[in-house]
Design a protein around this ligand. Sequence first.
Ligand SMILES: Nc1nc2c(ncn2[C@@H]2O[C@H](COP(=O)(O)OP(=O)(O)OP(=O)(O)O)[C@@H](O)[C@H]2O)c(=O)[nH]1
Ligand SMILES: [Mg+2]
Length: 542
Amino acid sequence: MDNPTTQVPGGLDVVNELDARAREIARRRTFAIISHPDAGKTTLTEKLLLYAGAIDLAGAVRGRKTQRHAVSDWMEMEQQRGISISAAALEFELEGHHVTLLDTPGHQDFSEDTYRTLLAVDSVVMVLDAAKGIEPQTRKLFEVCRARGLPVLTFINKLDQPSLDPFELLDQIERVLGIAAAPMNWPLGDGINFAGVYDLESNAVLLYERGARGQRTEPVSVDDPEHPSVERLIGAQRQRQLIDAIAMISGAGTRFDLEAYRAERQTPVFFGSALNDFGVEPFLRALLTLAPSPAPRPSDVGLVLPTDPDFSGFVFKMQANMNPRHRDRVAFVRVCSGRLAKDMSVINERLGTTVRLSRVYRFFGRDRETVPEAYPGDVVGLVNPGRLAIGDTLYAGRKVRFPPIPQFPAERFAFLRPADVRHKRFDEAVRQLEEEGLMQVFIPQTGLRHPVIGVVGSLQFDVIEARLQSEYGIKCVLEPLPHVAARWPVPESEQTRPITLTTSGVMPIKDRHGRDVVLFESAWELRFVTEANPGIRLLDSI
Ligand SMILES: Nc1nc2c(ncn2[C@@H]2O[C@H](COP(=O)(O)OP(=O)(O)OP(=O)(O)O)[C@@H](O)[C@H]2O)c(=O)[nH]1
Ligand SMILES: [Mg+2]
C-alpha cells in the first residue's frame, strides 16, 4: 500500500489519529460475567473492582440493612432479595487497560437482559460453583456464547466449601459444554481443607489463609511441585495429590493455548473463592492479558472493524430511573467503530433522524459521569428522550445497520391496573418499562381496556410491581391470566380472509402499534387456530 499520508486529506494528522485510536482499541477489554444463579458473579465482580482499586470496600450481595451493597446490584429489589435482576455496567482503568465489565443476572426469568448484554461484549467470564459444576442456566448461556463466537474464561468459585473433584469439574466442562478445559491453577484441597492453589504456569503456591479476607497474599514461587519447600507449605498429603494431579494433566489433560482460547476451542480454568478474595487477583491479571480486545462486528454492509474511521454503535439496553437524582431513561450503547465525541451528531438508522450527543456517560453501577469521548469496546449511556430503542444502530459517515435484537416471546400474561384508577403517570410508567424490554404490552379492545402485559418469567411480574411502586409511586394490581402465548396473525396474501377464532381459550387483542395479536391459553388452542387458518401465519414476534 502507498504511504497513507500522501493519500488522505489531512496528511499526518489523520495517521496520528488512526494510531491513537488503534492504541485505545488495543487496550480495551469488554466482557460479561455469566452463570447459573448464585454461582457468585456479583461477588466476583465486586472483588474484581476491589482489586482494580475501583472501590475501597467490597459490598455484600445479601447484607444487613446497614451494610454496603455490591455496586452492580444497585436496584432496590436486587438488594432486598440478594439476586441480580438487571445487567450492570462497570468501567474502570487498570494497568493501562480500559475495562468494561457487565455483571449479568443468572435467573432465567431475566435471561433476555443477559442475552442482550452478550451482544455487547467481546468475551465472557463463566463462573461455576465448585460444589455444583455445570448447572442448566450456565449451559444455556454458554450455548449463546458459542453461537456468538465469544471466548470464555472460567472461574470455579467457592473452593472454601466442600467441592466436586477438580477433575470431575473439568470433565463436566468438556462433556456437557463440549469445550476443552485447560487448568491454569490447581486447587489444594477444598472446604475446610482448602489450602490454596498451585499456579501451573509459573510454579507458585498461593496460600489461602482463613480469615485473611482483603489482605493480599503473595504467591510463593517454587522450583517444582516435588520440591521439599512445597511440602513445608501445604503438607505431605496435599503435595502427593498435587504431584499426581500434575502428572495426569501433563499426560492426558488440556494445556493452555492462547490461540485455542481465542478461537473458542478451549476455556482456561481458574480455581478460587470470590467471597474470600482468593484467586481473584491472578484471575484479573489473566483477564487483562488473555481476553481479546474489541472484535469486528457483522452488519448489513459486511464486517465493521473497530478501526474503521466512522463512528458506529448500537443500543443493547435501556434502563429508566437508575439514579433517584436523575429520573431519566438511559440507552446503553456499545461502540463498535470510530470515535464517539461529546456534541457529535449521529444518525439513528431506524428513524433516519439526527441525534446530538450533548451528554455521553460512562457507568459504574448506578453512578455515572460524563466522558468527552469513547472508543470501540466502550459501553456508554445516552440519556434517551424517547427516540432511542433497543436494537437501534447509531452511525456517523458510512451508513450501517447492525443485526436486530430479537425479543423473547412472552409466556405469561396478566392484566395490569393501578390500584388508584385515576393515576395520571400510569400510562407513561408502563410505556417506559415496556421500552426497557421488561415486558410486552397489549391493549384489549373491549371492557375497561387495562393493559395486558406479557413476560417470559413470573419473577418479572414482581419486578414490574416493585418498580412501579418504588420508581413511579404507583401501587398496582396484577391479575394473572391463563394465557401462555401471543401471536401476530399475518396473512400470506391480500386475498386471505380475516382470521377466524372459533374456539374458546383465545383472546383477540392489539399491540401498542394497533396491530392484531391473539393470546392463547395453551398450545392446543394455538394449534387449532393455526390449522383453521391455513393462509395466515402466526408470528411469535414482529
Ligand atoms: N462460601 C462462599 N460463598 C460465596 C462465594 N462467592 C459467593 N458466595 C455467596 O454465594 C451467594 C450468591 O452470590 P452472588 O454473587 O449473588 O451470585 P450471582 O451469581 O451474582 O447470583 P445472581 O446474580 O442472582 O445470578 C452469596 O450469598 C455469596 O455471598 C465463595 O467464594 N464462597
Ligand atoms: Mg448477581
